[in-house]
Design a protein around this ligand. Structure first.
Ligand code: ZN
Ligand code: FE
Ligand code: FE
Length: 189
């Protein structure tokens, strides 16, 4: 009977998963940047794309620090998130609404990465892989910052712009909450 795997084996497995996820994300972030209309949003995706390329290099350093071969293993989780983002991009939305949807897609990816790197940092620390832990923490911090930046853009005007387009008539009539419903046309909301 094969020997049971250890937490160290699971750690290496998760590193391979993260390595593949980052590679998938470089392609996805380029598409998100291209689809964005708001220049600040486009810039945020492009900046995070450059950061992601450095995260790939950083993961290679993590493998080296553990005397492990650099290797990826297909990450189904991020593939699913990217797939959903792609189908949103195929929809016919007005520009601001599309930007709001791109932020939603991007934040799903960032949260997935935050979960993955959070675990990786914790495991590396527990097992005494201090170099790996330090490198992984740097990436975790970047993912959190990227997520925050997207929230800032959404809350700093993009969501409001999209909401105004969705409820233009309500705004014109300055109606109260009670009568707002009547003014919304059926369908799009
Ligand atoms: Zn270990
Ligand atoms: Fe990343
Ligand atoms: Fe990221």
């Amino acid at each position: 009977m094969a020997e049971a795997g250890t937490l160290h084996d699971a750690f290496i497995d998760e590193l391979r998963d993260a390595y593949d996820a980052e590679k998938q994300l470089t392609k996805a972030l380029a598409k998100l940047a291209k689809a964005a209309t708001n220049p600040k949003l486009r810039d945020a995706f492009e900046t995070h794309l450059e950061e992601t390329q450095r995260q790939i290099t950083r993961l290679e350093q993590v493998f080296e620090s553990l005397d492990e071969k650099v290797r990826g293993k297909h990450c189904d989780g991020i593939a699913g998130i990217i797939e959903e983002g792609k189908s949103v991009m195929e929809e016919n939305f007005d520009n601001t609404t599309m930007d709001a949807c791109l932020i939603a897609a991007g934040q799903r990816a960032e949260h997935y990465e935050m979960a993955a790197y959070g675990t990786l940092v914790a495991w590396a620390q527990t097992m005494g892989h201090t170099d790996a832990a330090r490198l992984l923490q740097q990436t975790l911090d970047e993912e959190k910052a990227a997520d925050k930046k997207l929230s800032g853009l959404a809350e700093g005007g993009i969501n409001k712009g999209a909401a105004n387009a969705a409820h233009a008539e309500d705004d014109e009539e300055l109606v109260g909450a009670g009568s707002a419903r009547k003014n919304s046309k059926s369908g799009r909301r």
